[in-house]
Design a protein around this ligand. Structure first.
Ligand code: HEC
Ligand code: HEC
Ligand code: HEC
Ligand code: HEC
Ligand code: HEC
Length: 220
């Protein structure tokens, strides 16, 4: 009986199997490097590529103004007599105080000269803007259910400057709708950032009213 070692026909195959071993390591190394690159690219790079960023037309300090007005948030974000919510204020909420430039802040100067003087409304970007198919009522939540603004909006109402507006390049949604952490399954708690997806609305409705509601409660 001859052993494998005696058999000349087996000699080359020993060599090639050690080459196979080496190329196995190369493949494995490629896999590891590729894996790391795609995990980091997907986790960090993709969300950044997914969103385009726009600055607000002028900066605005809530903290400064809250101390100057008499009725708090309602001075600017009020309910009209018919119960509808005024939303972001127009110049009429500002004109009394900003007839002319009173301070040295460049944002105030820009606001007065480019908008008030020219009778133009500021084209604010709305962080919480929902797609047009969604129906939402502030009266039901703020007056009816007595909810705080911060429950849904986070602390924008106390901020000293406006953060950049980020828009999803694919869906056109504001980043505040789908949230800063896309992989998260449960809605963030107040102070943990903002998110207002369909499931966040429904999760609270289920908790507060025992039902997620019909499609046409929130869709028109
Ligand atoms: C002097 C007027 C004024 C007062 C007072 C005021 N706001 Fe505002 N608020 C504004 C303006 C102007 C904007 C527009 C900036 C923007 O697009 O976010 C705004 C934007 C907001 C937004 C962002 C809406 C969105 O989705 O883009 C929230 C939330 C908000 N205000 C909450 C509050 C709360 C809460 C208070 C009270 C603590 C308050 N505001 C007091 C003028 C005011
Ligand atoms: C009760 C009076 C009052 C009202 C109402 C008011 N402001 Fe002001 N605002 C001030 C004062 C006072 C300052 C500080 C002046 C300065 O140093 O520029 C100021 C500063 C500013 C500034 C520069 C500082 C900053 O916030 O970044 C901007 C921009 C501004 N206001 C925009 C607005 C807009 C927009 C509205 C309406 C939605 C408004 N203001 C309503 C009194 C008011
Ligand atoms: C239950 C969650 C919730 C609460 C509570 C809430 N909001 Fe909103 N807010 C929203 C949603 C959702 C939108 C977007 C509505 C849309 O685009 O149809 C919005 C939009 C806004 C806007 C922009 C409206 C515009 O002009 O397009 C402002 C300003 C605002 N909210 C301020 C407030 C203030 C001030 C309070 C407290 C008095 C408040 N919100 C309470 C969910 C909420
Ligand atoms: C943190 C809790 C909470 C969140 C978040 C929330 N809601 Fe509500 N919503 C309520 C409560 C409480 C009511 C009042 C239910 C009632 O009166 O029976 C309500 C009522 C409503 C109604 C019925 C209004 C009416 O006039 O009958 C609609 C529509 C609605 N919500 C839409 C939304 C949408 C859209 C969102 C997400 C963008 C949302 N809600 C987020 C708590 C919430
Ligand atoms: C509690 C309120 C609420 C109810 C109930 C609800 N939706 Fe929604 N829906 C939303 C909100 C808010 C959005 C936008 C944010 C998002 O995409 O998550 C949305 C988005 C959608 C979209 C994507 C639309 C787009 O333009 O991207 C579809 C499709 C949809 N809903 C279908 C349904 C169907 C079908 C039902 C009934 C089974 C339903 N929804 C019930 C609040 C609701």
């Amino acid at each position: 009986m001859s052993t494998h070692a005696d058999n000349p026909e087996h000699a080359p195959s020993t060599g090639s199997s050690s080459k196979k071993g080496a190329s196995g390591w190369v493949v494995f190394a490629f896999f590891v490097v590729g894996f790391i690159v795609s995990v980091f690219g997907g986790w960090i790079g993709f969300p950044n590529l997914l969103y385009s960023e726009k600055q607000q037309p002028i900066d605005f300090s809530h903290a400064l103004h809250n101390d100057l007005v008499y009725e708090g948030c309602e001075s600017c974000h009020y309910f009209r007599d018919d119960g509808s919510f005024a939303g972001v204020p127009d110049n009429s909420a500002c004109a009394d105080c900003h007839m002319y430039v009173q301070g040295t802040d460049p944002n105030e100067e820009k606001f007065v000269t480019e908008y008030i003087d020219q009778n133009k409304e500021v084209p604010w970007h709305i962080y919480s803007k929902q797609p047009i198919c969604v129906f939402f009522s502030h009266a039901a939540h703020v007056k009816g259910a007595n909810m705080d603004c911060a429950t849904c909006h986070g602390d924008i109402g106390q901020s000293e400057s406006l953060k950049p507006y980020q828009e999803n390049r694919i869906t056109g949604y504001s980043r505040d709708i789908w949230g800063y952490d896309i992989s998260r399954l449960t809605p963030p708690k107040p102070g943990e950032g903002m998110r207002m997806k369909m499931n966040d609305c429904a999760a609270c409705h289920l908790e507060e009213t025992g039902s997620k509601g019909d499609c046409f409660q929130c869709h028109k």
